[in-house]
Design a protein around this ligand. Sequence first.
Ligand SMILES: Nc1nc2c(ncn2[C@@H]2O[C@H](COP(=O)(O)OP(=O)(O)OP(=O)(O)O)[C@@H](O)[C@H]2O)c(=O)[nH]1
Ligand SMILES: [Mg+2]
Length: 447
Amino acid sequence: MTSCDTIAAIATAPGRGGVGVIRISGPKAQSIAQHITGKLPPIRYARHGVFIDPNTQDVIDDGLCLVFAAPHSYTGEDVVELQGHGGPVVLDRLLHHLLQLGARLARPGEFTERAFLNGRIDLTQAEAVADLIDAGNQAAAQAASRALQGGFSKRISPLTTALIGLRVRIESALDFPEEEIDFLSDPQIAKQNQQLLHDFDALLAETEQGVLLREGMRIAIIGKPNAGKSSLLNQLAGEDRAIVTDIAGTTRDVLRAEIQIDGLPVHIIDTAGLRESDDPIEQEGIRRAWVEIEQADVILLLRDDREQYSPHDKALRAQMPAKPLIEIHNKIDLTGGIAGFNTERRILNISAKTGAGLPELRSHLKQLMGFKTTEGGQFIARRRHLDALIQARAEIAAAQTALTDQKAGELAAESLRRAQMALDQITGKFTADDLLGEIFSTFCIGK
Ligand SMILES: Nc1nc2c(ncn2[C@@H]2O[C@H](COP(=O)(O)OP(=O)(O)OP(=O)(O)O)[C@@H](O)[C@H]2O)c(=O)[nH]1
Ligand SMILES: [Mg+2]
C-alpha cells in the first residue's frame, strides 16, 4: 500500500533549538524538495546547501539535505529530510513553501502510520515509537526500545505459529468426517492446546508488567483515621504533600503523588480514614476511598501498632477485594517494634515518622511490580494488548473444553480462529480502522 499524497511536517519539537528538521514523505517528496534545495544529493548521502524561497529565490536558511528512496526509508516511501536551524520562523517559512509546492501537512503520527501500513514495522513497534518518546523514566524507555526492536512481536510470533499449526490440524480433520472421531481422541491435540495455554499465561504475565511500566502501578493507602496514611504518603513522596495532624479524619479527599521507585513509575493514593461518620464531607471522602480500593493494583492497609486488633479491623480486612495487599503496622517508633517484615504475623512494621521499614516496603513494591529481569528483557505494552491476549486465552480455553469434554471439532476450530484474530489485533495484521486512528492520533506531529 503506497499513499498517493505527499506529507510534510516539522519533526523537531516546537520552539527554538540548535537544529530544526523538516520531513517530507510520499511520491512527490524528491521533486518538491528539489524546488527548495536546487540539486538533491544522491540517495542516502547528506549534502550541505542553501534552502531557497522558490518564488523569490531568496535564501531562507542553509543546512543538510538527506534523501531516502522507497522502500528503504522510515515510512517505506520516498523521504527527504531538511535539517536547518531550529528557529520557529525559519521552519515555518520552509514548511509553508513545501505545502505550496503540493505537500500536505502531516497528521500526528502519520509518518509512523505510513511505516506501519507499508509493512516497515508492525503495530506494537509503531506504538513503541510513541512510548519511547513519551517515556517518563529509564525503565520505561528501555522497555519501549525493546518493543521497538520487535521484542514484543517476537514473543507473539511463536504463539501465532503454534495456533495456526493447531488450526490446520483440526480443520483438515473436519474435512474428513470419518477421521474426525479418531482425531478428537488423539491426546496429542489436547496436549498441544494445553501447552499453548501455558505459553499464553507466561506472555500474559510479561505483558502485565509491560503495561505497569507504561502506566505505573496504583497503590492505595487505606486504614482507620490517624493510622498515619498521609504521613506514609509524604515519606514515600519525599515531601509534605498531604496535611498531617493528630485529628482523626484529617484527610477527606483523595490525594495523589506520582513517585518513582528505582525509576519505576508508581501512583501513590492517600485516602480518607475508614470509619462510620455522620459528617457528609467525610462520608463522601470514605466513598471515594472505596473507589480507589477497587481501582488500585496494590493496597497498603495501615494500622497503628499501638492498637489491639479489633473485630472492626477483622471486618475491614474481610471487605478487601482479592488483590495484592500489604498489612502494615505503623508507628513502631512508639512501640519499639522491629522494622521490616514480620513473616510469622505476615505484616510489615514501619514508622512513617522515622522512615524505618520504608526500604523494605519499597523493595517489596518493586517485587510486586514483577521486576525480575526476564530473559529477552522487558518490553513495554498497552492495555489493549493485554485485553487482546486475555480474549485469545479465553478462546483457547474454550477450544480445550470443546476438544476434551464436548468432542466438538467445529467448536474448537472456531474458537481457535477467534483466538488468532485477537492475536492479530496486537500486531496489526488484523485491525479496525478506527483503532488505528485512535492509536496514531496520540502521536506528536512529525513522527
Ligand atoms: N510517632 C509517630 N507518629 C506518627 C507516625 N505516623 C503518623 N504519626 C502521627 O499520627 C498522627 C496521624 O497521622 P496522619 O498521617 O495524619 O494519619 P492519617 O491516617 O492520614 O489520618 P486521617 O487523614 O485522619 O485518616 C499525626 O499526629 C502524625 O504525626 C509514626 O510513624 N510515628
Ligand atoms: Mg490523612
